[in-house]
Design a protein around this ligand. Structure first.
Ligand SMILES: NC(=O)c1ccc[n+]([C@@H]2O[C@H](COP(=O)([O-])OP(=O)(O)OC[C@H]3O[C@@H](n4cnc5c(N)ncnc54)[C@H](OP(=O)(O)O)[C@@H]3O)[C@@H](O)[C@H]2O)c1
Length: 268
């Protein structure tokens, strides 16, 4: 799998990461959360995104990383309007992940002006590697651009898939100008884009790019934008990770292949 430098060139990560929203708890309910994380590592997925918003996902991830923490880049979040609870969330995460969170993001920009100095102090102490900000909604993109322009964050996390392309207008160009790391949420549209899938004949032009499934076409579509660094596809099923990871190697799509994926997404 290809590696890209996240956050002004300081941390090199494989381009396919693992999201945990609802899916890590689903894996745990089936008794498979350790297997999910072990399999992710085995197929080269080494960045895992989580949040206090995701129920018990942070704790389950810590449990599943017994002995393998050092192989993983942890992307966690602070998600609370309360500055005190923000401090407590960071402390819990630092405790869960062996004394350090590699990337700490401000989830949905909640109370970002309060959390940012706290995270900067934590970074100076070595408790946090990079600082990021996330939002899922187009309505929040002007505020996200404002936070990006402070020069105080290293990464952003935004939705980007063939049916959600608003970031192309201002967010991706600004991230590129500022040299920020970009993590994609919802590469499969929260699963909506994979319910009805194009057939093998429709996908045939993508085969020279190592793509044999529609899921791979969607993941590779996002990663073929050079302003993007990591695609966070989420699954509860260990057996799907190899398929997802395989979309993280070159050759990357050119304009024609990206346009084909857009047409197929529109048609299905
Ligand atoms: N505001 C924020 O910061 C924010 C907001 C949204 C998301 N995120 C992050 O981004 C991550 C990804 O977004 P997402 O979870 O919303 O959606 P997603 O990754 O676009 O889609 C996940 C869905 O795709 C399915 N899937 C995954 N791999 C598959 C495969 N190979 N074949 C068939 N189905 C497959 C999963 O089902 P199965 O589990 O059944 O495989 C799941 O239903 C989240 O988990 C979270 O970490 C952050």
């Amino acid at each position: 799998m290809e590696n890209r430098n996240l956050g002004r060139g300081s941390v090199s990560v494989p381009v396919v990461g693992l999201g945990t929203w609802r899916r890590l708890e689903a894996a745990a309910a089936a008794g498979r959360h350790r297997e999910l994380i072990d399999t992710a590592l085995a197929v080269g997925i080494r960045l895992v995104d989580t949040s206090p918003m995701y129920g018990s996902a942070e704790r389950l991830l810590a449990e599943a990383l017994d002995g393998t923490r050092e192989q993983v880049v942890i992307a966690d979040k602070v998600w609370t309007p309360s500055p005190e609870e923000g401090v407590a969330q960071l402390a819990r995460a630092v405790d869960w992940y062996g004394g350090r969170v590699d990337l700490m993001q401000i989830h949905n920009l909640v109370a970002w002006a309060a959390h940012l100095p706290m995270l900067e102090a934590a970074r100076a102490q070595g408790l946090v590697g990079l600082i990021g900000a996330t939002h899922y909604s187009t309505a929040a993109f002007p505020e996200l651009a404002e936070v990006m322009s402070t020069g105080r964050i290293d990464t952003i996390q935004v939705p980007y898939n063939p049916m959600q392309r608003e970031v192309e207008r201002t967010i991706l160009p600004l991230a590129d100008d500022l040299g920020l790391g970009v993590l994609l949420m919802r590469p499969l549209g929260e699963g909506r884009l994979v319910r009805r899938q194009p057939g093998a004949a429709e996908l045939a032009p993508l085969r020279p790019f190592g793509v044999t499934t529609w899921v791979q076409a969607l993941i590779k579509w996002g990663l073929s934008d050079p302003r993007v660094h990591v695609s966070l596809a989420a699954t509860a099923h260990p057996e799907r990770l190899q398929e997802n990871a395989a979309a993280g190697s070159p050759p990357w799509f050119g304009p024609e292949e990206r346009a084909l994926v857009l047409r197929l997404a529109e048609a299905h």
